[in-house]
Design a protein around this ligand. Sequence first.
Ligand code: AMP
Ligand code: ZN
Ligand code: FE
Ligand code: FE
Length: 290
Amino acid sequence: MKMPKGKIDLHSHTTFSDGSFPPADLVALARAKELKALAVTDHDTIEGLAEAVGAGERMGVEIIPGIEISADYPPGTLHILGYFIDYRSAKLKEALKEIQEARVRRNPEIAKKLAALGVPVTMEEAVAESGGGQVGRPHFAQVLVKKGYVKDTEEAFEKYLTKGAPAYVEKRRVLPEEGIRLIEDAGGIAALAHPVQLRARTAEEFYKTLDRLIALGLKAIEAYSSCQTEKEAFFFNEAGRRRGIFVTGGSDFHGALKPGVELGGMGKWAGLDYGVVEEMKKFIGKRKTR
Ligand code: AMP
Ligand code: ZN
Ligand code: FE
Ligand code: FE
């Protein structure tokens, strides 16, 4: 039997995007959960990584500096995770600035639409919810819940904020190739986050998208996720193995901003452990010496 190498979680958010835990608190929680490695993957920002890495060193949790980039993909949602990125890269920071500005432009429009719908959330209220980081839809959702307009985050999204709902506002996103390129240029490994959200209707359609992303540089697939069933995880695990890319997993932990998801929680135990982190580090090491 294979010896387990330690628990990991390769997808988590802090107050720098739409998580409710500041980086150091998130790392403390990872330690309490006995995680050996944690990837911190805020949406479109790397601002929380220095603090997370520092906390990891103090607390004995290996922090994988990461990011989650939302790419343009009309049939569904395409989020690309980057693992082991150089978060000191000036080029990456510069590129992210543009993406962040698109978000900043979108938020007042969401506020305007919510007001017109009779469930007003001001920018001030959303900002107060954000803990000082970027403001996103989950913060609007949180205020909607607190003001009693909806019963929970899920209802806030379904009724108002999800794609196609009346307070949804499009934001300019990077193309998949740009997102992958940003991660590769920063020395990282690009992974397909929660592939179920691509909403592929058939296995064939899924493989077509996957192969296109692999051709663009994708190197990993998040088979295990709090938002994927055991059956889905099995399918995506199989896809990753068939294509010879890394099979990874993460909880997509957001703390109070995504109730019901636990750090380290990604469905049934499926043999995913620190071994994949070792493999990825070996891969990066080899790439560097080439
Ligand atoms: P934004 O980056 O502002 O567009 O917000 C994206 C975030 O909203 C993601 O991190 C998701 O976790 C969250 N989100 C998207 N759809 C839903 C949903 N239906 N229910 C709960 N959270 C959602
Ligand atoms: Zn999020
Ligand atoms: Fe995501
Ligand atoms: Fe996420």
